[in-house]
Structure formats: C-alpha cells, structure tokens
Design a protein around this ligand. Structure first.
Ligand code: ATP
Ligand code: MG
Length: 395
C-alpha cells in the first residue's frame, strides 16, 4: 500500500483544485515559509479522520476552509481526496470494505455550517469506517506515518505509555486493540441490556398474573360477545319476520284503503255532480219562489183591491138597501094614499109625493099595485137609483 495521490480543493491555502501525484520513492516538498507545505500534511491528517481542530492548527473545523484573500472570495466547502494504491484485498475485506480494485480513494468534505461527509471510493460512509480501514496500517490519526513539525521531539520526550502507542501501531496490534475495545464496549452494552431484560422479565412475571386474569376476562368476554352476537342475530331475524308480516298486513290495508279511496273519490265526484244539480234546482226554485212571491204580491194587491171593492160594494149595498127601504116605505105610503083617495087625487098625490122619484119607480109602483104579492117578493137589490140621488163611490 502506498500513497498515490492527494487532491485538495478549498482546503486552507489551496483555493483551486490541486492534485499531487506521489511517485514511488521519496517525495519532498520544498518551499519558502508560509507557502503551504504543512497544509499538505494537514490535509492528509484531516482526510484520515482527524477530529481535533487544534491538531490542524485551527480554532474550529470550519477554519480549514479557504478563507479568501484580498483578491479572492472565500469558499463554502473544503474537500480532500487521498488515493492509496496496491491495497491488500484481505485487509479491505477484514475492514468491511469489499472492493474489486486494489486502489482506494478516501474523501472528506466539510461545509461552513459544520456538516461533514465521508466517502470511500465515492460511496458515502461513516468516519468510523475510515478509521477501521486504516487501523493497524500505520496510517491513521494516532499513527506514526504523519509526523508534524516538533512531533518527533514530542514522542521522544513523552511518557512510556504514549511511546507504547507508537510501537503498538508499528507492530499492527492497534487494530486488534481497537477491536477488543469495541468488543468490550459491546459486552458492557450487552450486560446492561441483560440487566434491563432481567428487570423486564421480573416486571413481566409480576404482570403475568394480572394478564392471566385479564386473559380469562377477555376469553369470557369473547364467549359472551359471540353469544350476544348470536342472540342479536336471532332477535334481528325475529324482528325481521315480525316486520315482514306487518309489512304484508300494511300492504293489504294500503290496497284496501286505496280501493276505498278510489270509491270515495267516485262518490265525491258523484255527490259533487248531485250538489251541482241540486244547486241548479235550488237556483231554479229560488227563481220560481221569487216569481211566485211576485205573483203573491200581485195577488195580494188584487185581493186588497177586491176587498176594497167588496167593502165598497157592501157600503153601496147598504146604501141601496137603505134606498130600497125608503122606496118601499114610499111605496107603502103611496099605497096607503091610493087606498085612501081616488084615482085622480091618487094621480095628483103621486105626482106631488115624489118629485124626485124616478119614472121607473112610479112605473114599478104601478106595476106592483097590480099585484101586491109580486111587490112583496121583489128582490132586495133595488134597481139602479136615479143619478141625481145616487152618491159617488168613495174610491
Ligand atoms: P513554514 O515553512 O513556516 O512551516 P509552511 O510552508 O509550512 O511554512 P503553512 O503553515 O503550511 O506554511 O501555511 C501557512 C499559510 O497558509 C499561511 O500563509 C496562511 O495564510 C495560509 N492559510 C492557513 N489557513 C488558511 C485558510 N483557512 N485560508 C487561507 N489561507 C490559509
Ligand atoms: Mg510548516
């Protein structure tokens, strides 16, 4: 495994995309102070998973992004890709990175908002995967392969435990130690889980009695619910039958009522006709009554007229009777004169006695003188009196 390529974009002083190809053998970067030599090694450390901003000579991780110059704007992202060649396939498999090629490109990307991304061969992965990939290879955060300015002095003057880390990494046991640490951590986690499971089992055992009682109740509830459903079904069936019968009865009643209604309608129509006819008859009768009333009024008027006439005639009859009586009296007197005197004096006396009597009375008296019986049987209605003596009718 060897370092093949380093591509930097927006990392520290590398504003433009810069690609460094490392040839087999030794490669040295030479340049004046502040030209960015140490930034190359920082880029390698950073892409291998360095989490300490201080180790990268910065205050926070966003400081690794190109900050801009007087003539150039700052960038929002920094990206570094490291390509390793001739990587052992077994090593990759054991690291959980099964790739067909023996070349691995590790990429790290950071944004100003703090977001980080890691890629192995352009496939997204976790930081942990990258650390695992380089564990035991001497290439890593705590490894000895990247020695910054003053690091050698620091190693030589450090504690034996710190030096031991370097030797362990060189011996290739760091990976196993990490795996052991991980396994121990998992064991501890499993122990804690076991404790929780035991607690849960105790709690569940405590709840079993209650749950068994609840289960019994649930079973009884299910049995009763089933029975209730059956009874409900039977009741519904019974009600359905009853309603069906009632529907049939109501339908029969409805048909009968419809028939009655039709008959009633016909009766109503017939009665309407009769009422109309009776109204016509009534109107005719009213007309007849008013005619008859008119006739009655006329008849009454005629009766009144006739009554008046009768009364008048009665009065007239009375007058005539009086006249007749007076005439009879006169006749009687004349007879007496006749009987007492002679014919001449009789002639003279008759002429003087009745200056106003009419000739007819005299003639009748003369006729009556011939037969007194005939004169006595004379009708009560006297002949019409002389116009000079008769009184005019009142009405
Ligand atoms: P020396 O020989 O003194 O060790 P050097 O070549 O190692 O110097 P570096 O320390 O690698 O130089 O680079 C320092 C340069 O990088 C400085 O000019 C600094 O301005 C620049 N630099 C560091 N961080 C950034 C950044 N975030 N954005 C832009 N430039 C940066
Ligand atoms: Mg330097």
């Amino acid at each position: 495994m060897y370092l093949k390529n380093l591509t930097v974009l927006g990392f520290k002083s590398f504003a433009d995309k810069t690609s460094l190809n490392f040839q087999p053998g030794m490669t040295a970067i030479v340049g004046p102070n502040g030209c960015g030599k140490s930034n190359v090694s920082d880029a390698i450390r950073w892409v291998l998973g360095e989490q300490s901003a201080k180790a990268l000579r910065g205050g926070e991780m966003a400081d690794v992004i190109f900050n801009g110059t007087d003539s150039r704007k700052a960038l929002g992202m920094a990206e570094v890709s490291l390509t390793l060649g001739e990587v052992d396939a077994d090593h990759l498999r054991s690291a959980g990175v099964p790739v067909e090629f023996n070349e691995v490109t590790v990429t790290r990307r950071v944004f100003r908002d703090g977001g980080s991304e890691y890629f192995i061969n352009k496939v997204g992965c976790r930081l942990r995967d990258i650390q695992q990939l380089f564990a035991g290879t001497g290439v890593g955060k705590t490894s000895y392969s990247v020695m910054a300015q003053g690091n050698i002095t620091q190693i030589l003057s450090s504690k034996p435990d710190d030096r031991r880390l370097v030797f362990e990494e060189a011996a290739g046991i760091t990976r196993f130690k990490q795996q052991k640490k991980e396994a121990l951590r998992k064991l501890e986690h499993t122990d804690q889980n076991l404790l929780r499971v035991e607690d849960t089992i105790k709690e569940v055992k405590r709840q079993i009695g209650s749950l068994q009682r609840q289960a019994g109740k649930a079973r009884r509830y299910q049995a009763l619910a089933t029975e209730l459903q059956l009874l409900d079904t039977q009741l519904a069936r019974h009600q359905f039958d009853l309603l069906q019968e009632e529907i049939e009865v109501r339908e029969t009643e409805l048909a009968r009522t419809k028939l009655d209604f039709e008959v009633g309608q016909e009766t109503v129509l017939r009665l309407d006709d009769e009422v109309l006819q009776l109204r016509q008859q009534l109107s005719e009768l009213d007309h007849t009554i008013s005619g008859q009333q008119q006739v009655g009024l006329e008849l009454k008027a005629e009766v009144d007229r006739h009554e008046n006439k009768i009364e008048f005639n009665q009065q007239r009859l009375q007058e005539l009777q009086d006249q007749n009586a007076r005439a009879l009296h006169d006749i009687t007197q004349s007879r007496e004169h006749t009987a007492a005197g002679n014919d001449n004096s009789d002639q003279r006396g008759a002429t003087t006695a009745c200056t106003c009597a009419c000739s007819c009375a005299r003639s009748r008296a003369s006729r009556r003188s011939s037969s007194s019986a005939t004169a006595r049987s004379m009708p009560k209605i006297s002949p019409r009196p002389c116009r000079s003596r008769s009184s005019r009718p009142r009405s």
